[in-house]
Design a protein around this ligand. Structure first.
Ligand code: OGA
Ligand code: MN
Length: 301
């Protein structure tokens, strides 16, 4: 069966048919899928009952995988439920029990409810994320995506000129701060050292521009914090207007791939202390920083 894409939103997102991800795919098929991600920003694959290993080997077609948790320091190695390359997006502990209402892990997971782009706090932010639904709750727990290319295109020309060339500081210190975590250890402060990302991004594969916003942003370089925060808030509100947003209602064994270079996303509320939601993510590392010279700068620091 040929691989086909069926766009399901006016700006982005396509459903994909003609692929079985429980079997290996050819490099030609991987290229067709990568072209599809570049074109649509988000791809939805239905009925893909895959193992973690199958998910990881499929993901490797698109680049090197990130090792989750190295920087975020949320779950100690002995408490991890999943293997090295799997980000655990569930509300379960190692014993498959629902996390207690007051657990630290649950509190940090709540950060996914803010609009963000994955790993924007890394000096080289991630390329693609692949999220596989194994168990989904009866109510809620959708994931929303916002098309930051469509949002950029819709900005007025004056705003486009104003934001051209601006550099933002991204760090887990800022996104955790939003959740109310204020005290950080010396080690966390060192791990969460802010990185620089351009506010306007150029997509390598399509040449399109987008707004690179994320809950991990705390400052704009050279701006006073209040002035920066109100601009960022206004841009985020604009970019997440309903016409730029797709809401994915999960069915078990859906696999959704998104391009972090073009989209933001957030999790929606569900009854996470009584219902199970077992989602597993692999993350394809990015290839280049958005700010030239940053890697050299970080190496010197
Ligand atoms: C993620 C994420 C949102 C969700 O996996 O990176 O933010 O709905 N997930 O679980
Ligand atoms: Mn995320």
């Amino acid at each position: 069966m040929p691989i086909e894409f069926h766009q399901i939103h006016p700006h982005f997102v396509a459903e994909v048919s003609g692929v079985d991800l429980s079997a290996p795919i050819t490099s030609e098929e991987a290229q067709i899928i990568e072209d599809g991600i570049n074109q649509h920003g988000v791809l939805v694959f239905r009925e893909q009952n895959i193992s973690d290993e199958q998910q990881a080997s499929f993901s490797r077609h698109f680049g090197k995988l990130e090792v989750p948790g190295l920087k975020s320091n949320i779950t100690k190695a002995k408490d991890r439920r999943l293997g090295k390359y799997m980000a655990d997006i569930s509300n379960l502990d190692r014993g498959q029990n629902i996390l207690a209402g007051d657990s630290r892990q649950r509190m940090f997971n709540l950060g996914n409810r803010f609009w963000h782009s994955d790993s924007s706090y890394r000096s080289v932010p991630s390329k693609f994320s692949l999220l596989s639904a194994r168990v989904v709750p009866h109510h809620g727990g959708e994931t929303q995506f916002a098309d930051m290319c469509a949002a950029y295109d819709a900005l007025d020309e004056k705003t486009k000129r104003e934001i051209d060339g601006l550099i933002c500081e991204h760090s887990l210190l800022y996104s955790r701060g939003r959740l109310g975590f204020g005290e950080f250890t010396k080690e966390e402060k060192a791990n969460f050292k802010p990185v620089h990302q351009t506010l306007v991004r150029h997509h390598r594969a399509t040449g399109r521009r987008s707004l690179f916003l994320s809950a991990h942003i705390g400052r704009i370089v050279g701006w006073s914090t209040p002035v920066a925060r109100v601009l960022l808030e206004e841009l985020t509100e604009f970019a997440t207007r309903p016409e730029f947003v797709y809401t994915h209602r999960w069915r078990p064994f859906d696999l959704v791939i998104w391009d972090n270079r073009r989209t933001m996303h957030r999790a929606c509320r569900f009854d996470d202390t009584t219902e199970v939601r077992d989602m597993r993510r692999t993350t394809v590392a990015g290839e280049t920083p958005t700010v030239t010279g940053q890697l050299e700068e970080l190496a010197r620091a």
